[in-house]
Design a protein around this ligand. Structure first.
Ligand code: WQD
Length: 338
């Protein structure tokens, strides 16, 4: 019996593959390398010493999906594959709906045809929209402000309807807060294709001189120092949460949403200062107006993750800053065969 990991060479997908392999699971992985590189496959093997089946394919190719399920004894699916850049989704909504929604529908139909009804879905705190209060609990109202977030909420709604129609399904919606960091070996990191959008890759680009100054979007929020507060979570903690989720799928039917965060928020300036101190580097920055769509504060209530999944984050902000830096040092200058 294997776990199928879609998007398994991406930032969170690759770290989750490492933790699943180390937990003793057999894996089948597919990815189209839209936002990752083939060398990630070697890194996963180098870290774990374990092999797995890989398919260079796309969830919009139903024939590929059919072959994966026909050729392998899939027990459950962890579904990461999808486009995830907020800004890009605003510019190219049809590309996001076609890939994320149609692709997921293709996956669900093939799963149903093969009687595979256990799924962990990579959702996001973005489905909470502009929070009325913090920390965020899973029962809070859901709303979205961009096409990327709308694809996440639409897929959650599709899965809720599916579970109403067929009580045999077991579905976990894992709502990530802000994943950062890299594997402690330095062999895996956040290595997006193209220009990074998120804060930590931008801090790294500034620390490594790829960009002269970090732009801090807004210093007039009602927060500890006026800059945005987020719940940064180490990607390894996040990955381990998926191992707990895979185990939980055997123990319940229905659908549940679970926040994966630390429950602690840090401001942009707090993250910059911690990063500089931990790594003994300088991150020059300048303030700019608020970024459209940003919220002031967003961090998780972690009670359900602990009570329902038996999981809580173990690594702190200093680990996140150190592991992000070390992983980038190991990856700077590395060229990947396309
Ligand atoms: C964090 C803070 C910015 C860049 C996004 C997605 C969310 C999830 C995580 C996928 C904010 C500030 C950022 C920069 C800055 N992705 N910032 N300068 O927006 O909280 O969440 O990534 O699931 O769905 O929305 O993350 O890292 O972009 O921003 O000042 O160059 O850093 O204003 O306060 P965000 P982020």
């Amino acid at each position: 019996m294997s776990i199928l990991v879609t998007g398994g060479t991406g930032f969170i997908g690759s770290h989750t593959c490492v933790e699943l392999l180390e937990a003793g699971y057999d894996l089948v992985v597919f990815d189209n390398f839209y936002n990752s590189k083939p060398s990630v496959l070697d890194s996963i093997v180098d870290i774990t010493g374990k092999g797995f089946k890989f398919y260079h394919s796309d969830m919009n190719d139903i024939g590929d999906l059919e072959k994966i399920f026909s050729d392998n004894d899939i027990d459950c699916v962890i579904h990461f594959a999808g486009f995830k850049a907020v800004g890009e989704s605003v510019e190219k909504p049809l590309m996001y709906y076609s890939n994320n929604i149609t692709g997921t529908l293709n996956l669900l139909n093939v799963m149903k045809d093969h009687n595979v009804k256990k799924l962990v879905f990579s959702s996001s705190a973005t489905v909470y929209g502009v929070p009325k209060k913090v920390p965020l609990t899973e029962d809070m109202p859901l709303s979205v402000t961009n096409p990327y977030g709308r694809t996440k909420l639409m897929i959650e709604d599709i899965l809720r309807d599916l579970c109403v129609s067929d009580p045999e399904w077991s579905v976990l919606l894992l709502r990530y807060f802000n994943p950062v960091g890299g594997h402690k070996s330095g062999l895996l990191c956040e290595d997006p294709n193209g220009i990074p959008n998120n804060l930590m890759p931008r801090i790294l680009d500034t620390a490594f001189g790829i960009q002269e100054k970090l732009t801090v979007f807004g210093n007039d929020y009602d927060t500890v120092d006026g800059t945005g507060v987020r719940d940064y979570i180490h990607v390894t903690d996040l990955a381990k949460g998926h191992v707990n989720a895979a185990r939980k799928l055997d123990a319940f039917r229905g659908i549940e949403a679970v926040n994966l965060g630390t429950g602690r928020g840090y401001s942009v300036l707090e993250l910059i200062k911690t990063f500089e101190r931990v790594n003994n580097v300088s991150v020059p920055f300048e303030f700019a107006p608020r970024r459209p769509g940003d919220v002031a504060e967003c961090y998780a209530d972690t009670k359900k993750a602990y009570d329902f999944l038996g999981w809580k984050a173990e690594l702190g902000i200093e680990d996140m800053c150190r592991d992000s830096y070390v992983a980038r040092v190991n990856h700077s200058g590395r060229s990947d065969e396309e």
